[in-house]
Ligand binder design. Structure first.
Ligand code: PXL
Length: 278
């Protein structure tokens, strides 16, 4: 596989093992030159800490993108996660339009909600703007809550295969291309990921570890992008990322003081080993 340069756009949560502090090491471990564009800088993530600081970097983004354009810098993929503002989403769309190399991939994790609720920073206008970004991307990685927000579907705690198929149909009808729908489980101790790509839908089921951990969506998405750009199909990359994320949770679950993220670093050797297996 040729050496590839990719760009990831998401926030820096200085403490909390999510977004860029997770994506950068995972993508580097996958052998990708990883360029970053911070959407905002927060003292911590917003899920469980109180009194966090936020500096929105929306104003800086157009000049950064213009400089890269002038320098003729292009990326073989752009992968976006948690963004800093509704207004910023238009600039991020502009980056996808102008800074991807020919044939480059736009991958959007619409990181804005979980467990039926939006994250504290986001509101209805943000969701509307995220729809425009997600439905212009080549690949999206929503969880069920985010898929519901993207399609104006009422969130459900319990569901069956027919409901998930209908949710995927709504995403496809709205313009989604390849969809990696995360956190889909049909039995109490099982969860998994549904991948709809090229008209085919496949499910990868795996063990569900009771304790939900923060930041696992970001670990999952970065591990997926690393495996995909390494030459795997969307389904293969989705399965590999699931195995790595489960490993990260296993390593972390015995430590109740570590409630804010997963010890993904300790499993990076496993990730690299998984990537080595063709
Ligand atoms: O893991 C998603 C995420 C990323 N960045 C920030 C967050 C969250 C989830 O809550 O608060 C700042």
């Amino acid at each position: 596989m040729a050496y590839q340069k990719i760009l990831t756009i998401q926030d820096i949560s200085c403490v909390g093992q999510c977004s860029l502090t997770v994506a950068l090491p995972i993508l580097s471990a996958a052998g990708l030159e990883t360029c970053i564009l911070p959407s905002a800088v927060l003292s911590t993530h917003t899920a469980g800490f109180s009194g966090y600081t936020v500096r929105d970097l929306t104003e800086d983004i157009p000049a950064i993108a213009a400089h890269w354009k002038k320098e003729n810098i292009r990326f073989s993929a752009v992968y976006t996660g948690y963004l800093g503002s509704t207004e910023q989403i238009a600039d991020v769309r502009g980056i996808l339009d102008t800074l991807l190399a020919p044939g480059g991939l736009a991958i959007v994790d619409p990181a804005m909600a979980d467990n039926g609720r939006l994250y504290p920073a986001f509101d209805a206008p943000y969701v509307e703007a995220m729809k425009t970004l997600a439905f212009s991307a080549d690949i999206i990685l929503p969880n069920i809550t985010e898929a519901c927000f993207l399609t104006d579907t009422e969130y459900r705690e319990s569901y069956d295969e027919a409901w998930i198929a209908a949710l995927l149909d709504r995403l496809s009808a709205a313009g989604a291309k390849t969809v990696v729908l995360t956190g889909v489980g049909y039995a109490p101790e099982r969860t998994g990921v549904v991948v709809r790509a090229g008209g085919e839908t496949r499910y990868y089921e795996h063990r569900r570890i009771a304790k939900g951990c923060h930041g696992t969506g970001d670990v999952y998405a970065a591990a997926f992008v690393g495996a995909l750009l390494g030459g795997r199909s969307a389904y293969e990359a989705a399965a590999l990322a699931a195995d790595y994320t489960v490993r990260c949770i296993e390593i972390t679950q015995g430590d109740p003081a570590h409630w804010y993220g997963v010890k993904f670093e300790l499993a990076l050797p496993d990730y690299i080993r998984m990537l080595g297996k063709q």
